[in-house]
Design a protein around this ligand. Sequence first.
Ligand SMILES: [Zn+2]
Length: 529
Amino acid sequence: MKPRIPTHLKQVRGRLIVSCQAWEDDAFHGPGLMAKFARAAFEGGACGIRANSPEDVRDIRATLDGKLPVIAIQKRHWTDGRILITPEIEDCRALAAAGADMVAIDCSVRGQRYGGLDRIRYVENELKAVAGADIATVEEALAAQEAGASFILSTLRGFTDETAHVTRFEPAFIEELVRVLRVPVIAEGRISTPEEAQAALAAGAYSVVVGSAITRPKDITVRFVKALRNWSERNGCYLGVDLGGTNIKSGIVMADGTVRNADSVPTPVAAGRDAILHLLASTVVGLRETAAQQHLSPLAVGISTAGWPDPGTGEISYGTGNLPDWTGAPVAAAVRAAVRDLPVFVENDANALAVGERHFGSAKDCDNFLCVTLGTGIGAGCFVNGALVRGAHFQAAALGHIEVEPGGLECTCGRRGCLEPYANASALLRYSGPAYGSARRVLGAARAGDEIAQKAIARLAEYLARGLRIAVRLLDPKRIILAGGLAQDNPFLVDAIAKAVDGVPVAVSTLGYHGGVAGAGAVARSGIS
Ligand SMILES: [Zn+2]
């Protein structure tokens, strides 16, 4: 039997229907606004409108002087807590009375459970109006056709429990519907480009409905914002500076964490705070010029520094003895004065390294971890539930200043018995005896089988484990990452720590010598995302 298509709906054949709907929380929800969208659609050449509620149907018909047919629905929060399309007989009557040219009804499995097919029969047989069935599968379409629906609309494909796996418009589904159905198929749902609309016609659709891609400014904005963010995350670069007591390391940090044009100059500690800030600013300016020569446009600057900066102001709230007069140093302001148009983010060096591990290193897949820096000092950065933990005074995770020997050795922080003087590079040399000359040589000797060197490492590991066990009890990390000079090429330390922290996996940082620079870049990256 050849389907009967009502004259007023014939004009949608091969053309565009625009769905004009806004939710209550949408900026465009309110009297008359959907009619304005409908008018814009009409002026743009659309030949039909899909609208929600009798009020909007009336408004739209009045605005367009009845020139375009209206497919009408009534969305309601239903008894199972979810939205249902035109769930009541009264809705069908009210929509028809408002001048709907077609009443569309949810005929998915769930819609049918709530009487969708009965309402199709009611609209067609009692109201003598045109019923359209919103469906998600071929079986649902066949049942709706059997009940007398004049049109099948693919609206719910991807939006029902059974089809939740579908996330894109599928022309093949339209093709299949067209093949098995007698009544015309209107393609609707997730059609977001003109090319997809063409594909719908190519698949045999009678007409094509486009909604969000035309009438939801918020959704459209989100698509652009996401696209730009994705591009920046893939292609953007950052200027990173790692400001330490010995060297200022710097480089251009690419989106994958690689460091280009890495450089290192001695920190002019003796020249004082202003000289250091001046060198920092000129380093950033130089990096930026280097980036420009390579046609790179940095998105932000990240500074990793000794001491504990307030990330809001970029000023050091508490400095250690590593850098002169560092408490109160206006680090961000000094850099901003030199590169006015780039955002600048400042972070404590141990925290920055943890951010680097999170973005580029051993913690990309890990929401809860502790990253421990072992060198001249002992520092740590900690992520809990995916967020960096800074604490009320930005000094959280100060692992080096956990008390491990009450009344013990004096620490740079002014207290006694902190972990740092028992587990830093000079401690290792103290345990091995001065003959080795440097911590690095102790590590080399240990690898070559030297028992004294191995015992010195074991002793250091014992102290470090005291601090780490406290941190593990407190934070329940999934992983501990060891970084810094004492962690590199030091399997004895890594094994000893792994045994001591019962069960928490211990990894070594893979960010390398310029890990601090990569960390600074990661701070910049997370600052703007
Ligand atoms: Zn201390």
